[in-house]
Ligand binder design. Sequence first.
Ligand code: GLU
Length: 616
Amino acid sequence: MCGIFGIITNQDTISVGNIVFEGIKRLEYRGYDSCGIVSLSNSKLYLKKDSGKIDEIQRKINLAEIPNNSKLALAHTRWATHGAPTKINSHPHLDCHNKIAVVHNGIIENFLELRKELTQNGHIFRSETDTEVIPHLIESQMKKGLNFKDSVIESLKLLKGAYGLAVCQVDNPNSIIVARKESPLVIGIDEGKTTYCASDIPAFLPLTKKCYIMDDDELAILKAGEVEFINLLTNEKVKKELRTIEWSIDAAEKGGYEHFMLKEIYEEPTAIRRTLKISKEQLKIFANILWSAENIYITAAGTSFYASLAGKFILTKFLGKYIQAIECSEFQTQLTNSLKKDSVIIAVSQSGETIDTVEAIRWARSYKDVKILTITNVVGSTLTRYSDNVIVTQAGPEIGVAATKTYSTQVLTLALVALEIAKLRKVELESDIVKYERALRSTPQIIENFLKNNIDLIKGIVDTLDKSAQFFFLARGISIATAKEGGLKLKEVACRFIEGYSAAHAKHGPISLVRAGFPIIFIAPPDETYQRLIGNVMEFKARGGKIISLVVESDNVIAELSDLTIKIPQPGDKYHNIFSPITFIPALQLLAYYASLLHGLDPDKPLNLSKTVTVH
Ligand code: GLU
């Protein structure tokens, strides 16, 4: 998830360099590992780019300083998916002859085959990115004699994957071509004078409130103060509605949501859909390594640890081997005398910089001949440098300190690996594997349906619990991970004391705290633990506990026993139950979010916490 900004103007009085710099800065929340600007003047492209935060790069190479007479510029702030965050991998990317420049947000899935073909035809690649195939494709189309617009259109036909992109070409200084498929793109316009393109509205909001929202499979030709849209499927011109945006910049950055946390919960379906596209090859590498491993550990901290607990459960089911989950801060202490060489360690970290995880892995690596498999959201992060293989979740940058969409995509990634293992082992029936895959692929839709219809219910539940300062989150089996993670959210953003625990184990101590009205949240998908969980619900109910349950749509037993019920709109079969950590968690994230608001707290900045923990 990167940020794109572009401008084309016929005005002499405005400073294109400053506008493009300020524009890209307003998109920095979308990606911040590197940045670049290309401007066009006197039939030449001027490129400035580097890795690092925008302000650092500005200090280093004065990004905003571009030739005085430039009337066209494109900029990009990157969140790497293909290739480490280095200067050479930063956008914009150019063709062989520095005539075409491209900025891109998204993933080109077939870039390897395109790159191979282009290389065979003599194209020289400078970076490791998927994006760089685009300027070379356009170059090869132009070489065939097509004009700029048709070359872009023909090139897009060859791309598989997602893109929001902007292109300029030296012999066409009066236009920028942009296109969109699955990655956002909006066009801002000051009619007759200046046109902007951006990944998100805040980028140009101080400059104009008039905008067009592009749809998938659309291309637009931007000229100074005018724009023409073309439907790429029909090749016909499209008339689009010009909108007036009334949001403030702050609200616009959050997509109109009050907080990043809420925005990021709503982004879960999209993030999951992106992660579902992780290449089969990468999943197979993980699957093969785990299948042939003798000793397997999974290690992480905080939310990533709870994602690991859920993932461990799913992996174990399909792998048929024991996996030991150890908090990363305890990893060395617990394994100093027992870590065997040839062990496989799965490390899970949103940032890839969590110091305890990095240290655990560094220690294991230097102490024994082990294999490290990392799951992280950040390409090129420290953890990836100590890893044999890496899978990058595709959640995109997460600004809210409390992890939301990164949790669900971590569980999903582990589930995807688990299903690859199932295929290798052939223990499950093929028809069953198909059903599990279908269930996993239906998770974004289930979450979308839930978010559509349940916000008032969640707010109402939060209101009835306004006086409660302590909570239990209880479950059995795989849902213990959901209970712990859901409870952690409430701790983090609403400052309530919670115990996330095994419902069975809670009888051995914690139950003594229960008095009339004590809220207990039961996570209860109808899996193999359900019948016993009913008994646990009864035990807590008998002591006056207020029972709030999270169940599937068709549930009528635990729902009947509960004071309040949240229903997740999904089937109650085994294929869906195993992935319930993904579909049930948004309800608990929302509960925490609204509880935070109720208590007058800022859910984006929980007390005493930071996004990436880099101290011991
Ligand atoms: N795939 C491109 C890169 O890694 C763009 C990244 C993105 O938009 O997330 O450079």
